[in-house]
Design a protein. Structure first.
Length: 366
């Protein structure tokens, strides 16, 4: 049985990755930041009472700012694979919290790499890099495209990217970068553009809200479906040698296109409900991101199956049900057609009212 350690396990990608690895027979350990409020709803369904035996999913408290705890966990667990997904990952917020973003998103990666080096453990390391690193570079972007970061978040990710490459070349660590373009799902954080939109559409339909306020709706992104991308993370870690890969759909659309799709799914005219608020504009904008996934197709034998229109339907079904409305169900059909049977509770997971944590006091070895 392989053992994996995931930072950011309670996030969108971390929760899907945990499910995917468990479906592959892994023992999965996740790092959770201690908070006074409950922050585990996306993974609560994976919890098994350790008193019942046959436990394959474990939670450990830790923080990417705490070198000692990270080193301790890596040394004690001796994971076969480490998936580093944890970060301050909101681009707009990074302008308000630049120092914190640099410390957690950038230095957090270096702390893990140094812990691997000092421990001497032979593990494989995955760094969650971001398409935001390309910034102002013209599309399509691939593994050879120059980085031109346009936010503190992107700059921190560039630091983490090159740190991974440096430790790979200097210390022979199996370290790979997954440069993932935007990927969405019903578990996306509620302040991110896509989820903010699908939640607002559902609430407008229910008569709970009147408007959706957005920033730059002309920006173009390559939007995919998050569970497809965690498969790529795993595929990168199964290669004979560590390499870096760009992952996306190969297509891009504007924010306006995404918003239009969401409103059209419930037969509403988006122009009646959307207003532009300058407060949501970034100080420096990334205008156009579009992935060139030639390398992933060739080396990983991977092909994206769910584009932004289908992703919108999946998210809309979930958010409509979350507030008690009947959903058209096209998103459910898409999930079934593509065989996402390993996803647990995709309809309401992360959307329902947060309940008390299922992990009281669980630590290493529990």
């Amino acid at each position: 049985m392989k053992r994996a350690l995931i930072t950011g396990v309670t996030g969108q990608d971390g929760s899907y990755l945990a499910e995917f690895l468990l479906s592959k027979g892994y023992e999965v350990h996740g790092i959770v930041r201690k908070a006074s409020t409950f922050n585990t709803p996306r993974v609560e369904h994976l919890y098994v009472d350790p008193h019942k035996g046959d436990v394959k999913f474990f939670i450990h408290y830790g923080d990417l700012a705490d070198t000692g705890q990270l080193t301790h966990l890596i040394y004690q667990l001796e994971p076969d694979e480490i998936y580093h997904l944890g970060a301050q990952s909101h681009v707009r917020v990074s302008f308000d919290l630049p120092e914190y973003t640099a410390d957690i998103t950038g230095m957090g990666t270096l702390r893990i790499l140094e812990a691997i080096r000092r421990s001497g453990i032979r593990t494989r390391f995955y760094q969650a890099s971001s398409s935001e690193m390309f910034g102002a570079s013209p599309p399509p972007q691939n593994e050879l495209t120059a980085f031109q970061p346009r936010s503190p978040y992107a700059a921190a990710k560039v630091f983490a990217y090159w740190s991974t490459v440096n430790y790979r070349e200097a210390y022979n660590i199996f370290g790979c970068n997954g440069i993932l373009f935007n990927h969405e799902s019903p578990r996306r954080g509620e302040t991110f553009l896509t989820r903010k939109t699908t939640r607002a559409v559902a609430k407008i339909l229910a008569g709970q809200e009147d408007k959706l306020y957005l920033g730059n709706i002309s920006a173009r992104r390559d939007w995919g479906f998050a569970p497809e991308y965690v498969k790529c993370m795993w595929l990168m870690m199964q290669q004979e040698k560590p390499e870096d890969f760009v992952i996306g759909t190969g297509e891009s659309c504007s924010v306006e296109d995404f918003v239009r799709e969401a409103f059209a799914y419930v037969d509403l005219d988006w122009e009646e409900y959307v207003e532009i608020d300058p407060r949501y504009f970034r100080p420096t904008e990334v205008n156009h991101l579009q992935a060139d996934i030639s390398k992933a197709r060739s080396v990983l034998q991977w092909e994206p199956e769910i584009g932004y229109k289908d992703t919108t339907k999946i998210m809309m079904d979930a958010d409509l049900r979350a507030i008690g409305l009947e959903a058209p169900g096209e998103g459910d059909e898409i999930l079934r057609d593509h065989g996402y049977t390993w996803i647990g509770s995709h309809v309401d997971l992360g959307l329902r009212e947060i309940v008390p944590s299922a992990f009281p006091g669980q630590t290493t070895g529990a």
